[in-house]
Design a binder for this molecule. Structure first.
Ligand code: NOJ
Length: 743
């Protein structure tokens, strides 16, 4: 019956003839590999190249290149010259365009792709914030909800997760990743892939796309699209682990980065794409370029013209061409000239078609066009509840002098700060179909908790201020019991092409804080930003600092939950907060240098700044709770182990407060001497635990060869004997230390 209906439907849309329906690739009972082989054998050269062509079909998320309008694109789809479209959304649009593609000679469905980065319509915290929860189950759940909403709107494929390690808050895209640590970044990347993809056997998940492969997070000076110049040792140890973990988690696709590596743009970089991704890692999915990155090899100075760009990309192992159309224009010609092999082309086309079969699109091209799901399963109360939980867990409490927080809901509050009441500054660049007007502002969130609250702007939308705004804020503060000041930068400064030379609190906001401080009232700074800002000047002016990030749909409610004490903060930052701009990049897992900075007062001839400390203001892993925790009974099972042994590490955590709270217990190691130098600390384990007042818990960690080894420049795993340190603590700085030896 099901098959009959399908045949009937296909005949109705004029897609198939009866004869075609009997072809092996149309037979849902055959194994996918057989169906792929069959269809590839029937395709013309032009149709094969068409599968490698991805065109934009909606809002532009990059510069218009070769764009000849929607009419021409539809004609190309009808002729089988398009394999995928991005930015087409909604069941009506995707169905209409799919119907056109199904009129192509072989009836090959399109893949619809979209940047579903942290939610589709229910928007979750930005990925950087979400990572501060250290809760991999929550992270996976968030991605799976994003996938379920997007798939209900016709989308098959998300361009996420972004797996770029970065320690440069000047770069606007730090908001899309999981921070500065490769070990944690790898775990988060895998959780996100699992959440987005499930096992791709229903219509509630999306294909994931590991991006931006590779090392895009190392862009020089934090300037978007800039060059990358790093060693292979750094590449392997610091930048590759999250991409690798995402590939191992089964990600269907990988996206080329915009940057160069060793002087060769990634899209044309055989070492990265073929040698590492395909050969060393055995990646079975397919590659998509970043927006026009094939063509951009001309501007980079690597390809002479469009044809050369098409050749160099394909030769390197890159496959689908997003938006630059150099592949559709020149690849067939290159095959005819014998410069590109048909076998290589068939292999790439086969991989793309494999996923179209896997998603079930050959059997039902409209499988993701379920209007009932689109109306009932998007932006639901249940999804918003999860988003609120995720947002609560993302917030990081940085300062809480004299227990200024939590503030009882009966108190009289003065809320100051333009952003607190500005929906347009609430969400970031990657909000898919999220609407600022659907999100809860800070002011609204606080009003839901505090009956006695007043508001004033304090500064203007550009973060400058003036005497009258300050006077109004001061007058308002004078009559309040506690002052909440929303400082930071607009959410719209988070994301692509949003590099900032000054990731800091504006002069206007500092002026405002100084004036408020004079009132003598307790002041809590609520910092919204898509990156760690420099808080050094603001810090002494306030009693409390809450790093709120950009939290999505439930922004205001989640912050209100924290400041009122309805939720006990548990987030820990996954990026260091620089002390000053001149320090950037500053990160916990740095190298020691030959002249490490001394803390014993002997400061001569050391690796240090003369005007500021080397240390960041807040280190990686830092975050306070309303509870307090004691660490004791730290011990290791042996002081000497063999290479096949495991080391058991134990520590006892005690909740020394009268409040139930969560703590992220972190374990770091240091390899003192190795054939290539190793960082002064490397995260190698963590556990997030909840403890009742007075409760004590013994925690066990295990260190094995896996945690104690590293990569050499050729990407080989190396485990060397020698002296190591193991550290345990509640952040990367305040730790206990024990040494051991591997013999
Ligand atoms: C360019 C961005 O770098 C990438 O992350 C995104 O997925 C594509 N544009 C498509 O919007």
């Amino acid at each position: 019956m099901k098959h009959f209906l399908l045949i009937f439907q296909l005949l109705l849309t004029g897609t198939f003839t009866i004869a075609q329906i009997r072809l092996p690739y149309q037979n849902a009972k055959l194994p996918i590999d057989q169906r792929v082989k069959d269809i590839v054998s029937r395709m013309t050269l032009a149709e094969k190249v068409g599968q490698l062509n991805q065109l934009n079909g909606g809002v532009f998320t990059g510069p218009a290149v070769n764009d000849n309008g929607q009419k021409q694109k539809m004609q190309m789809a009808k002729e089988g010259k398009v394999g995928s479209m991005l930015n087409v959304i909604g069941t009506t649009e995707t169905r209409a365009i799919q119907q056109i593609a199904m009129q192509s000679r072989l009836g090959i469905p399109l893949l619809f792709a979209y940047d579903v980065i942290h939610g589709y319509k229910t928007i979750f915290p930005i990925p950087l914030a979400e990572a501060c929860s250290w809760d991999l189950n929550q992270i996976q759940l968030n991605s799976s909800i994003a996938a379920s909403e997007a798939s209900a709107a016709g989308i098959h494929w998300t361009f996420a997760p972004m797996c770029d390690i970065s320690n440069d808050p000047r770069w606007g895209r730090v908001m899309e990743g999981a921070g500065e640590d490769p070990y944690y970044g790898a775990l988060v990347a895998a959780a996100r892939v699992k959440g987005f993809q499930g096992n791709l056997n229903d219509n509630k998940h999306l294909m994931a796309c590991v991006k931006h492969f590779a090392a895009y997070g190392a862009v020089e000076a934090g300037r978007e699209y800039n060059q990358v110049d790093i060693s292979r040792v750094l590449l392997w140890n610091k930048y590759l682990p999250p991409y690798k973990a995402a590939v191992d988690a089964g990600a269907a696709t990988v996206m080329n980065a915009f940057n160069v590596f060793e002087g060769v743009p990634v899209s044309g970089n055989k070492y990265l794409v073929t040698d590492i991704l395909r050969k060393k890692w055995g990646f079975k999915g397919f590659l998509v370029s970043d927006w026009a990155s094939f063509k951009e090899m001309i501007a980079h100075g690597y390809a002479a013209d469009e044809k050369d760009a098409a050749l160099k990309a394909f030769e390197a192992g890159s496959e689908m061409d997003m938006e630059s159309q150099v592949t559709i224009k020149y690849l067939a010609e290159l095959v005819k000239e014998g410069k590109v092999s048909v076998q290589q082309l068939d292999a790439s086309v086969g991989k793309i078609l494999y996923f179209k079969f896997k998603l079930g699109l050959f059997d039902d091209p409209y499988k993701y066009c379920d209007t009932a799901r689109e109306s009932n399963e998007i932006f639901t109360a249940e999804n918003k509840l999860v988003a609120r939980k995720a947002a609560q867990a993302s917030i990081v409490l940085l300062k809480n002098e004299n227990k200024v927080l939590p503030v009882a809901t009966g108190k009289k509050i003065a809320l100051v700060g333009f952003f607190a009441n500005s929906p347009n500054d609430l969400l970031d660049f990657w909000i898919a179909q999220g609407k600022a007007t659907d999100a809860v502002t800070l002011y609204d969130g606080l009003k839901n908790k505090y009956a006695n609250i007043s508001f004033s702007n304090g500064y203007l939308s550009d973060c400058t201020t003036n005497d009258s705004l300050i006077a109004a804020a001061v007058a308002q503060a004078a009559t309040a019991e506690v002052v909440f000041v929303n400082i930071g930068i607009s959410g719209v400064y988070g994301g692509e092409e949003r590099s900032l030379a000054y990731p800091q609190i504006s002069n206007g906001q500092i002026q405002l804080l100084k004036a408020l401080k004079k009132t003598g009232k307790p002041i809590v700074a609520l910092v919204s930003s898509g990156r760690p800002l420099i808080l050094t000047e603001a810090e002494p002016l306030v009693d409390g600092i809450v790093q709120c990030w950009i939290l999505g749909t439930e922004h205001g409610n989640a912050i209100a939950d924290i400041v009122s004490g309805a939720y006990n903060p548990s987030g820990k930052t996954v990026m260091s907060f620089p002390y000053a701009i001149g320090q950037i990049p500053v990160y916990y897992n740095h190298f020691n240098t030959g002249r490490p900075d001394s803390t014993n007062g002997n400061l001569s001839w050391n690796s240090r700044y003369r005007d500021i400390p080397n240390e960041p203001l807040y280190p990686f892993g830092y975050g306070l709770s309303y509870s307090t925790f004691g660490y004791s009974d730290f011990n290791i099972s042996k002081t000497v182990i063999s290479k096949t042994d495991q080391l058991n590490v134990q520590v006892t955590i005690n909740n020394t407060s009268n409040l139930t709270g969560e703590e992220v217990v972190q374990l770091y190691i240091r390899d003192y001497a190795a054939s290539v130098i190793r960082p002064v600390k490397e995260l190698k384990g963590f556990q997030k635990i909840s403890l009742k007042p007075g409760e004590k818990r013994k925690i066990n960690f295990v260190l094995t060869a896996k945690e104690l080894s590293f990569f050499d420049a050729a990407g080989n795993i190396v485990f060397e004997s020698g002296k190591f340190a193991v550290f345990v603590g509640g952040n990367s700085k305040e730790v206990m230390q024990l040494d051991f030896e591997v013999k």
